[in-house]
Design a protein around this ligand. Structure first.
Ligand code: G4P
Length: 282
């Protein structure tokens, strides 16, 4: 399977982010905790050169907690500010606000020296589709937040949302396209639901998932599908699981497509457990 993205989309997305960048003090980059590197776009490193960045691993409730710990350590070792937010349960929000405030402090100090005393810190959220941008914005600004309206120097489409008294957030998140020249990255994005399903061949994605889980989470697969032992070949997993779950075609043959769809649905709804598909040492 070849998963592709159109370069035109990427160029437009980056242009839009660049247009907003000169209005913000800090960039909040969201990634999926299950695949923190694959859900990043390296182009952002070249785009955001002047603003400090905080990296937020979203959906940590779906990721393997031990692997998430390793990722946080990995990013901190690289000198980056990294944290997790479970936007569904509202965990990690105050840590994010504290991190953004701290990162903006040198700029705020400069402004204060120039006599600008009470300016809020301005931030924008960026990330690939489905990573949780809107959910996080809603969490940060609260339900009944009215926008503060346009301000001089802000393009008309952008508005600022107040987060407490000292932080403002651009209401339009920057949408980044995932970058997947590497097909494994594409498969990871597909497995986690970052790529629209109509573009996908489920069997390829699930084959990748099975191979990965066989290596790192074999018990989860065996227990979920009540298999006595690991099937010898990758296709054997499909057959065993399909049979167990009654994904059969007329004549009793295994319906591979239905089996793949079932496994993928169960992975995405955490029925296979909290599974990360990428590790720092890889
Ligand atoms: P986007 O703006 O970046 O495209 O993403 P959006 O906020 O729409 O979130 C995409 C999906 O991810 C939503 O699920 C949202 O609930 C879920 N999500 C966001 N943050 C978290 C998190 O920290 N943990 C978990 N488990 N899920 C998160 P959905 O299925 O599209 O909708 P629904 O479940 O909210 O109905």
């Amino acid at each position: 399977m070849t998963i592709q993205w159109f370069p035109g989309h990427m160029a437009k997305a980056i242009r839009l982010i660049k247009e907003s960048l000169n209005q913000v003090d800090v960039v909040i980059e969201l990634v999926d905790a299950r695949i923190p590197e694959s859900s990043r776009n390296p182009v952002l490193d070249e785009t955001v050169t002047d603003q400090p960045r905080v990296l937020v691993l979203m959906k940590p409730d779906m990721a393997d907690p031990n692997v998430t710990k390793q990722w946080l350590q990995h990013y901190r070792d690289l000198g980056q500010t990294a944290l997790t937010i479970d936007a569904k349960k509202n965990i990690g929000i105050s840590e994010l606000i504290a991190a953004v405030t701290e990162l903006a402090e040198p700029k705020m100090e400069k402004l204060r020296k120039k006599g600008i005393q009470h300016r809020s810190v301005r931030a924008m959220i960026v990330g690939i589709p489905n990573v949780g941008k809107s959910t996080l914005i809603n969490r940060l600004v609260g339900k009944n937040q009215a926008t503060t309206g346009n301000k001089p120097g802000v393009t008309r489409k952008n508005q600022w949302l107040k987060v407490g008294k000292k932080l403002e957030l651009l209401d339009t998140p920057g949408i980044l396209w995932p970058k997947f020249e590497d097909q494994t990255v594409g498969l990871r994005l597909a497995a986690t639901g970052a790529i629209k399903d109509e573009r996908l061949d489920f069997s390829d994605v699930v084959l990748y998932l099975i191979r990965y889980m066989k290596e790192y989470y074999p018990k989860s697969l065996l227990e979920r599908y009540k298999l006595q032992e690991e099937p010898e070949h990758d296709v054997g997993w499909f057959e065993e699981i399909g049979r167990k779950r009654g994904c059969l075609m007329g004549g009793g043959d295994i319906d591979f497509d239905a089996t793949a769809e079932l496994i993928l649905r169960e992975y995405r709804s955490e029925k296979l457990g909290r599974i990360s598909l990428e590790r720092p040492e890889q």
